[in-house]
Design a protein around this ligand. Structure first.
Ligand code: PGA
Length: 241
């Protein structure tokens, strides 16, 4: 895994945004895997600026998002449907028909997951997958476990993740207990994975990520097996390396 250590969160975000923009400038029909959470917010802000300045055109881009809470309504401001529009999609010229996010309103999650994978596979996987990492090493909502799913699936969130994500909700009881997440197969289908990590809270998991061992108990550690991963961190996240 290639490491880029940036001084600040802003520098990390700008570096990531340029990598995404270069991908789209090189291949205007790129398929981009997008992530949610607080980590990529700065990257999306920079991408909006790059779009506004005319540097990058998203009209040919197709998006596949990593995950979504389940169940959740699109108009819930904590849904990833809402998050992606609020932070990026509503501000750039990506086409509505090219947006794919697992549907938190679906009535048949198993069918939704199968269809999501079928559509992504038919397009050949993603060209670039943006990822964050949980304090517990999860990627998307692939939580630490004895075995990990290849396919997109309905997952029970761990107590740890529910607690960490409660900061976005009014009260912890409002955090959905389940989510639809791209599995490890979907993540690995990407030609280039861009893992973004910032802040001192992530320093211990960064140390594990680069410890030289892989385990499903740290789902992100499996990324060591992918041939093309770029990890962009700020100095705080990299402080224990
Ligand atoms: P965060 O979440 O960006 O809000 O820290 C990352 C993740 O859980 O994947």
């Amino acid at each position: 895994m290639r490491k880029i250590i940036c001084k600040t969160y802003e520098e990390m975000s700008a570096t990531a945004a340029y990598i995404v923009a270069e991908q789209v400038r090189t291949k205007p029909q790129s398929i981009i895997g997008f992530a949610t959470g607080s980590t990529p917010v700065g990257t999306y802000k920079q991408l909006r600026s790059l779009y506004e300045s005319g540097y990058v055109d998203f009209s040919g881009v197709t998006a596949f998002n990593l995950d979504e809470y389940y169940p959740i309504k699109h108009d819930n401001d904590q849904s990833y449907y809402y998050f992606m529009r609020d932070n990026l999609f509503s501000h750039i010229n990506i086409k509505e028909e090219n947006l794919n996010i697992p549907n938190g309103e679906c009535s048949d999650p198993a069918k939704e997951c199968t269809e999501y994978d079928r559509k992504m596979a038919a397009m050949g996987g993603t060209d670039l997958q943006i990822l964050g990492i949980g304090n517990n090493g999860h990627i998307g909502f692939n939580e630490p476990a004895d075995s990990l799913s290849l396919a997109t699936y309905l997952v029970d969130l761990t107590e740890d993740t529910i607690e960490v994500n409660a900061r976005f909700f009014e009260k912890i009881e409002d955090v959905p207990r389940q989510a639809l997440t791209m599995g490890m197969g979907g993540v690995f289908s990407s030609k280039h994975i861009l893992l973004l990590i910032n802040g001192s809270k992530k320093a211990p998991i960064v140390k594990e990520l680069f410890s030289g061992s892989i385990t499903p108990q740290v789902p992100a550690s499996l990324l060591n097996l992918h041939p093309n991963v770029t990890v962009i961190m700020d100095e705080e996240a990299a402080s224990l390396l």
